[in-house]
Design a protein around this ligand. Structure first.
Ligand code: CAA
Length: 315
């Protein structure tokens, strides 16, 4: 058990150190107890690098995999910047930052994930891409390894069906910025076993996150409720009811949202918002999930929000 409780600054880091020293998550495979020590993360984009950040900060060794070295370099630069932010806020020490960075091994060879005890996929939000990854992971990873997806709306049941281990496939949906947001939606596919659910839930707790159980349905809970709000805010702008700034002020000052819906849409990425609306429109078949034509037009123009320098605002 951890003996350093009184010596470490800040509540988060005290918890973090306790996780690192209180033993890894135990996994039961038959009569054998297995430790989750090495975690694979696929995708070094915003979500993937945030997920790698929290696992490394939690004392796990991380294999971070992306298709090109430049994506890995960009992801590691973001992790370094965000760890610096935490050092600056006195949440962690400079030594904690250095040891977290040392825990992350960037790789382009997906076969390296065969060494991992738990894998989280955070690749592009396209069904065909995730399908290919899940088939490959099923081939690569040991039979007992849980394959989790950070998908924000794609069916966990369908991803599970791509594998020979649908009982060990689950949704582990983090929120941006991952190092800050407490929530992890833990999504059960139709075939996900209770053991897989419990292990994933425990792992989220070990990362100092709050897991919330959700069943598989288009958009889960978070995006089923959030995206129609953002979409409706876009309709309000498109119809000239108010400017983007005015809509955002209404939500910040009237509803105490930290960001207005259009700032949030830019932050999430307008292409991601459109993809999620389409998954819900297709999956639920209700016209209330119709994407706002202004959203479609902006995505067509390459105005994807913060990441492209232009969305409802200019960056
Ligand atoms: N990494 C680490 N820490 C970060 C960070 C990052 N990327 N970004 C911000 N922070 C930290 C800051 O250091 C700061 O820490 P303290 O509270 O200890 O000072 C804290 O977060 C707040 O940051 P700032 O003061 O710089 O800025 P802010 O007060 O405006 O907060 C925010 C920024 C946390 C992003 C806040 O605006 C917020 O909560 N926005 C809403 C975010 C949200 O809704 N996310 C969910 C998106 S949906 C999604 O992710 C899932 C999906 O499927 C689409």
């Amino acid at each position: 058990m951890c003996t350093a409780w009184g010596k470490v600054r800040g509540r988060n880091i005290v918890r973090r150190v306790s996780f690192r020293h209180s033993g890894r998550l135990k996994r039961f495979v038959g009569a054998k107890i297995m430790d989750i020590k090495r975690v694979g993360v696929i995708g070094a984009g915003t979500m993937g690098n945030g997920i790698a950040h929290v696992f490394a900060r939690g004392g796990y060794s991380v294999v971070l995999c992306d298709v090109e070295p430049r994506f890995l370099e960009r992801g590691l630069a973001a992790i370094t910047k965000n760890l610096d932010r935490e050092v600056g806020k006195d949440k962690i020490t400079a030594e904690d930052k250095a040891s977290a960075l040392k825990q992350i091994e960037p790789v382009t060879d997906r076969a390296r994930l065969a060494e991992c005890d738990f894998i989280v996929e955070a690749a592009t939000e396209k069904f065909e891409i995730k399908t290919e990854i899940f088939r490959d992971l099923d081939r690569l990873a040991r039979a007992e390894v849980i394959l989790a997806s950070n998908t924000s709306s794609i069916s966990i049941t369908k991803l599970g069906a791509q594998t020979k281990r649908p009982d060990r496939v689950i949704g582990m949906h983090f929120f941006n910025p991952v190092p800050v947001m407490k929530l992890v939606e833990v999504i059960r596919g139709l075939a996900t076993s209770q053991e897989t659910f419990s292990e994933t839930r425990n792992l989220a707790l070990k990362l100092d996150k709050t897991p919330v159980e959700v069943n598989d349905a288009p958009g889960f809970v978070s995006n089923r409720v959030l995206m129609p709000l953002l979409n409706e805010a876009m309709f309000a702008v498109m119809e000239g009811v108010a400017t983007a700034e005015a809509v955002d002020e209404v939500f910040k000052l009237g509803m105490a949202h930290p960001m207005g819906p259009l700032t949030l849409a830019d932050f999430i990425g307008l292409d991601v918002c459109l993809d999620i609306m389409r998954v819900m429109q297709d999956g639920l078949g209700d016209p209330k999930y119709r994407p706002c034509p202004l959203l479609i037009k902006m995505v067509d123009a390459g105005w994807l929000g913060r990441k492209s320098g232009r969305g409802f605002y200019k960056y």
